[in-house]
Design a protein around this ligand. Structure first.
Ligand SMILES: Nc1nc2c(c(=O)[nH]1)N[C@H]1C(S)=C(S)[C@@H](COP(=O)(O)O)O[C@H]1N2
Ligand SMILES: [Mo]
Length: 345
């Protein structure tokens, strides 16, 4: 892993080790606000309460006995690509490896919410993790907690996940149970679940309103919340700064979008002046990235800038540059990979 910070543990998936669609658990990127808790599964309980008809407290065994489903989902940190922002933005200096893909298995959150029955007027479902600590001088201590609007919480693909690539969730990825909110940036997928509660009105926790919002010049203090993953593609080979021999190469990469399935990827071998279509090498998927490749014939020695640009079925494409925002979220601008061509075949 490419370590970003040791404590708390934050690390990227090395792009050159990401082969195919699935990321092995031990290479899956890690994003932790606090040092991660280690929870005893045998005594763990998930409390589901707040504005509900009857509060329940679920054990791990009870959850495992409920109807489950498996979905292949790409998680991407909203700060992925932050180092590409100009001027630099506040936050962890993520390059392009704060995104990974796993097959998640769990119980639809809707199944559990239907079991408790929401009171009238409930608008959001808050998910709280076991981790927490000092967040700011104004706020003091808070747990990691996030809310979902009721329709997203009831979406059949929003899961209380207990398995990752067919194995129990590893501690660092939220054991024993985490949320998986497909199509949304990673902050929504709350790890180490402790409590789910239904509320009327808007949740105003630190990680809801002070973080994971686009703080943009001229927004007058009305910050848009970070939600759906913006369309993006990355080049996994060659890597930035690589040298390439004259002749034929396969440029490989991945493409995804939270809004709609990705439809096409184009590649440029001249720094973005001209574009040609890449070919898919993995199946279409609603929530997972797709792998692609592009045959590149390096004909002249010297520096080359490679770039890729994805488009999704909703018509979104990657911009040259994004509107700068203070916390450095959602930078899906076209990535540029510098390669030095030279030498013999
Ligand atoms: N409880 C809790 N859940 C959390 C976080 C956290 O710090 N604590 N980080 C969030 C963020 S910002 C991201 S990007 C994803 C990362 O999930 P991963 O570490 O399994 O890759 O978890 C989310 N869920
Ligand atoms: Mo994140």
């Amino acid at each position: 892993m490419n370590v970003v910070t040791e404590q708390p543990a934050n690390a990227e998936t090395p792009l050159q080790l990401q082969r195919g669609v699935i990321t092995p658990n031990e290479l899956f990127f890690m994003r932790n606000r606090f040092s991660f808790p280690q929870i005893d599964t045998s005594t763990w309980r998930l409390e589901i309460g707040g504005e509900v008809e009857r509060t329940v407290s679920l054990t791990y065994r009870e959850l495992l006995s409920m109807p489950s489903r498996s979905l292949t989902v790409t998680l991407e940190c909203a700060g992925n690509g932050r180092t590409g922002m100009n001027p630099p933005a506040e936050g962890e200096p993520w390059q392009y490896g704060a995104a990974s893909t796993a097959e998640w298995t769990g119980v639809p959150l809707a199944f559990v919410l239907e079991g408790v029955g929401l009171s009238e007027g409930v608008t959001e479902i808050v998910a709280e993790g076991h981790d927490g600590g000092h967040v700011s001088d104004a706020r003091g201590e808070e747990p990691f907690a996030r809310s979902l609007p009721v329709p997203k919480a009831f979406h059949p693909d929003t899961l209380l996940a207990y398995a990752m690539n067919g194995e129990p969730l590893p501690d660092e990825h939220g054991a024993p149970v985490r949320l998986i909110v497909p199509g949304w940036y990673g902050m929504a997928s709350v790890k180490w679940l402790k409590r789910i509660h239904a509320i009327r009105g808007h949740f105003d926790g630190y990680f809801q309103v002070d973080r994971y919002v686009f703080v943009e010049p001229g927004d007058g203090g009305l910050h848009r919340p970070v939600t759906e993953i913006a369309v993006r593609s990355i080049i996994t080979t060659p890597h930035d700064g690589a040298t390439a021999h004259l002749g034929n190469h396969l440029v490989r990469g991945l493409a995804w979008s939270g809004a709609a399935p990705v439809e096409s990827v184009e590649v440029s071998v001249d720094g973005g002046q001209t574009w040609q279509p890449a070919l898919w090498t993995s199946e279409p998927s609603r929530y997972a990235w797709r792998a692609w490749e592009f045959r590149w014939d390096a004909t002249t020695p010297g520096p080359v800038i490679l770039a890729s640009r994805a488009r999704d079925a909703a018509g979104n494409t990657q911009p040259e540059t994004i509107t700068w925002n203070e916390l450095g979220y959602g930078n899906n601008a076209i990535q540029r990979v510098a390669v030095q061509v030279g030498g013999e075949v």
